[in-house]
Design a protein around this ligand. Structure first.
Ligand SMILES: Nc1ncnc2c1ncn2[C@@H]1O[C@H](COP(=O)(O)OP(=O)(O)O)[C@@H](O)[C@H]1O
Ligand SMILES: [Mg+2]
Length: 245
């Protein structure tokens, strides 16, 4: 496993009015890892994702991806460059089929919706992913008809259409039943074994401890600890942040 950073954030800061959501946050995601970003509710995890992926503009700080400084993070450009993310509330198109959801992810949405023009390569890649994600029998079903957990799986599959290098997952298993949690964990492991790097926001500490290394801990928008899972778990400041919250 290479220790070179695929993504680096330095001094990230974001205020919402008087609230400092993220404060002077510096961390990196080493290439080839499944890195965890954990912390109590409201500690700034989703805001960090929004800053990294260009959904929010930072008040201060810099982000570098694959060795290049990203001056103005833009979701679509980053997606094409190999950095993509999922949302805490899965974002899918409920009225499109599963295949269409995958295909619009890498096309101009209007083209697929208006013309129903799906390229053959995109379509076969979409079916491949649906197969891998155990959703292929639902390929032509409306995405809106899926269960909560299946929607999260579909969104996960969707972000893989562009063959990214780094995937940011925001609470991939929250509210998902244990069978689906196992399915998501397996997908993450297999994709990681094939070289994909992950940054995962996750509340299930058992899952974090067995899946992720390193673990970054945020508290009140600031990095509190960073390291191997066992070290972080035994860090007194981390215990305070969780138990004293
Ligand atoms: N768009 C926003 N406007 C105002 N405050 C926000 C906004 N987004 C997040 N916050 C605040 O920033 C802090 C961090 O939130 P968030 O990043 O969602 O935390 P987490 O994902 O760790 O639960 C919280 O205090 C939250 O209320
Ligand atoms: Mg969040």
């Amino acid at each position: 496993m290479s220790s070179a950073a695929l993504l680096t954030a330095e001094g990230l800061t974001k205020r919402f009015g008087g609230v400092v959501a993220v404060e002077d946050c510096t961390f990196s995601v080493p290439t080839g890892t499944i890195t965890a970003l954990v912390g109590p509710n409201g500690s700034g995890k989703t805001t960090v994702f929004n800053l990294l992926t260009g959904y929010l503009r930072a008040d201060a700080g810099t982000v570098a991806f694959a060795g290049r400084r990203i001056r103005r993070p833009d979701p679509i450009r980053l997606y094409r460059a190999g950095l993509t993310r999922t949302f805490q509330q899965a974002r899918i198109f409920p009225d499109l089929t599963l295949v269409e959801n995958l295909v619009v992810a890498i096309q101009q949405p209007w083209r697929t919706i208006v013309c129903r023009a799906i390229g053959r390569d995109d379509r076969s890649r979409a079916f491949e992913l649906l197969e891998e994600f155990g959703l292929v029998q639902l390929a032509e079903a409306r995405a809106g008809s899926l269960s909560y957990g299946q929607k999260k799986l579909l969104e996960f599959a969707t972000v893989l259409m562009a063959e990214p290098q780094l995937v940011l997952l925001d609470e991939p298993t929250a509210g998902v039943n244990p069978v689906m949690v196992a399915a998501i964990e397996t997908r993450i492991r297999e994709l990681n074994a094939r070289g994909l790097t992950f940054l995962v926001v996750e509340h299930n500490m058992n899952l974090v401890m067995r899946l992720c290394d390193p673990v970054i801990v945020l508290d009140h928008g600031t990095k509190l600890a960073e390291g191997r899972p066992a070290d972080v778990r035994n860090d007194a400041r981390v215990l305070d942040a969780y138990l004293g919250a």
